[in-house]
Design a protein around this ligand. Structure first.
Ligand code: FAD
Length: 318
């Protein structure tokens, strides 16, 4: 029975996580020796999934224009039922965590978010995934006739391989939404923590909000999102939506730069999934260095402006 890959979209285009979810779905289908199809709502560039070995996309071009978990779950469940889908692959984004349990309830399916690799066993389906905010791994057995796997952000990676991709337009049968999007206020020109490839984060070592230009200047040159430790947002130096860690937002970027952050376990719990961690701290004994890929021991007020200038000069070279 085939694999169904649920692709997230925004502004009529594929989201960044589409590449990883597609790569996982194709790899899972290969392991199961079955076919796979992707389903996407409102994606003008749905055929770009062909860059990740996806040969078929069911494209829903009617229905709610903006993400509506209930309406999308009904449509995906219908599609999965009609096509005898046995495995559904989705991301582990906030939207996916809203959608997947609704879908699981409709299909009486098992659901495991935060998968870090292709299932270790196919029967019973056993998924290795992170638990306790990334402090442990767990092996979860999914026992439904249909099962849903949520791929952890940056956990599996992207496998590029271009194939011909056929996009079939389908009409949503459950096109109605109980939600009306009245307005969207978007902060422009600034990457969000969830979507950014790079996050530059500051802690109490920066002494006060007046010094945040160090973080912002470095973030600007790297096209990065800005983040902070919990005390920084608690003290009102930065807004709460920048707080990352166990009780804040999780970060799973390609590059996480921590400036003046000690690396307390609650902070690390939320940022450990980032691929490369760079730590700038004046205390060589700061716990963050143990988790870092690269560390700079020194005063952030000297190092960060120099780093920003060097990166600007490097970028100017083209
Ligand atoms: C239940 C619970 C949940 C929590 N959840 C979170 C969470 O989600 N996220 C989170 O971040 N915290 C969380 N915390 C708080 C956490 O335990 C730490 O207190 C917090 O992460 C420390 O923040 P910090 O590293 O910015 O500050 P500090 O611990 O004060 O560290 C500041 C660092 O800056 C360095 N420094 C000082 N001056 C300079 C300089 N000039 N240049 C370079 N480095 C310098 C210091 O050496 C030090 O390592 C939680 C705590 C609890 C109890």
């Amino acid at each position: 029975m085939p694999v169904l890959i649920v692709i997230e979209t925004e502004n009529n285009a594929l989201k960044r996580n589409a590449a990883e979810v597609a790569s996982y779905g194709v790899a899972l289908a290969a392991k199961l020796e079955t076919s796979c199809t992707a389903i996407a709502f409102h994606a003008a560039n749905a055929n770009e999934l062909g860059h990740y070995s996806v040969t078929q996309v069911a494209h829903v071009s009617n229905g709610p224009k903006h993400f509506d978990a209930h309406a999308y779950a009904s449509e995906i469940a219908d599609f999965a039922g009609k096509n005898n889908v046995s495995h559904i692959v989705i991301s582990s984004s906030a939207d996916a965590r809203f959608l997947a349990p609704l879908l699981a309830a409709k299909l009486n399916a098992g659901y495991a978010p935060n998968a870090v690799k292709i299932p270790v066993e196919l029967s019973p389906l056993t998924v290795k995934r992170t638990a306790f905010t990334n402090k442990a791994f767990t092996y979860t057995q999914l026992l439904g006739d249909c099962n849903i796997i949520g791929v952890g952000n940056n956990a599996f990676g992207v496998i590029e391989n271009t194939v011909d991709c056929i996009v079939e337009e389908i009409k949503a049968e459950n096109a109605n939404s109980n939600l009306e999007q009245v307005s969207i206020e978007k902060i422009t020109g600034k990457a969000t923590i969830a979507d950014a490839d790079v996050v530059v984060s500051g802690g109490r070592g920066l002494k006060g909000p007046e010094n945040w230009h160090l973080v912002e200047d470095l973030a600007e040159v790297l096209d990065a999102a800005t983040a902070c430790s919990k005390p920084v947002s608690d003290m009102g130096w930065r807004s709460h939506d920048e707080h990352v860690g166990q009780t804040g937002k999780p970060v799973a970027t390609n590059l996480y730069i921590a400036i003046g952050i000690s690396g307390a376990i609650q902070h690390l719990a939320g940022v450990n999934s980032s691929k490369v961690k760079v730590v700038i701290n004046s205390d060589p004994e700061a716990p963050f260095f143990k988790a870092a890929d690269y560390g700079i021991v020194g005063d952030a007020f000297e190092i960060v402006p120099k780093l920003t200038e060097k990166l600007k000069a490097f970028k100017a070279l083209g």
